[in-house]
Design a protein around this ligand. Structure first.
Ligand SMILES: [Zn+2]
Length: 259
């Protein structure tokens, strides 16, 4: 086991762009020379031979500040790709599709399960065994599905009236990889996470699925149909690819069968 001793008091460094950062100093009796490590979780860590003077450590780090700055920039560029270690219980969230903002309150109650209900406009109460973060998230996903079941079917009906097509049934799901789907029976399924998207993207998904009622494929004729109903179809279709990250982690984790 290499003996790494954390010095406790962090060092500090001013980067070329004026940003000031802190770094951890670890003393190792195995290190022959100083080593710098820049990580996504810990930031800058400096590993130095035991006994090296603190002042010398500061000088060493300062001499590498250009390299450190570029490493930190690299990390900033990819940080959004790294999953959260422990997603917290949300205190609030927006539903752009409905132009709604919701505050979330948590109330500890003596019961085994966790529920979520609309307490008043703009406020949800999550109640029960709220120490269980996963159960809180699941309760919020069920709430989201209920909100979607209230809001999306009438919206789909309005868009359907514009397209001259109506589904035989509407289902709300929490699919991992699809925003919507259209079955041969004429039933359209919509993803409850659509509520995290801007209105024009939700409408596009609806137009797309409604056009599958006429053309159950992605043929040239299908796309002609879609573009007739939505002139910006190609642009909106492209934007959907990145749209998954609009949904917060608590909403992503469920799959359809948990709803
Ligand atoms: Zn399709």
């Amino acid at each position: 086991m290499p003996a790494l001793i954390d010095d406790g008091a962090p060092g500090s460094l001013v980067l070329p762009d004026g940003r000031s950062i802190e770094f951890a100093i670890r003393y190792s009796n195995r290190a022959r020379s100083a080593r710098l490590r820049v990580g996504t979780r810990e930031g800058l860590v400096v590993i130095v031979p035991t006994g090296l003077q603190r002042e010398r450590v500061q000088q060493l780090v300062a001499s590498k500040r250009d390299w450190i700055a570029s490493k930190l920039d690299d990390i900033d560029a990819i940080r959004h790709l790294i999953p959260q270690v422990a997603p917290a219980r949300p205190q609030a969230f927006d539903l752009p599709a409905l132009a709604e903002t919701w505050q979330v309150e948590y109330r500890e109650m003596r019961r085994a399960s966790v529920g979520a209900k609309t307490d008043q406009p703009g406020r949800i109460v999550v109640f029960g065994a709220i120490d269980d973060v996963d159960a809180c998230h699941a309760a919020l996903r069920r709430w989201l599905a209920r909100r979607a079941a209230e809001a999306l079917p009438p919206w789909l009906e309005r868009v359907g009236a514009q397209c001259g097509q109506q589904p035989t049934a509407v289902a709300i799901k929490n699919q991992r990889t699809r925003w919507g789907s259209c079955a041969a029976s004429g039933r359209i399924s919509l993803n409850c996470k659509l509520l995290f998207l801007p209105r024009e993207l939700v409408r596009y998904v609806m137009v797309h699925e409604l056009c599958h009622l006429i053309e159950p494929n992605h043929s040239h004729r299908f796309w002609t149909q879609v573009r007739q109903m939505e002139q910006a179809a190609d642009l909106l279709h492209g934007r959907l690819r990145d749209a998954w990250k609009s949904a917060p982690p608590w909403a992503q984790r469920g799959s359809g069968n948990r709803l």
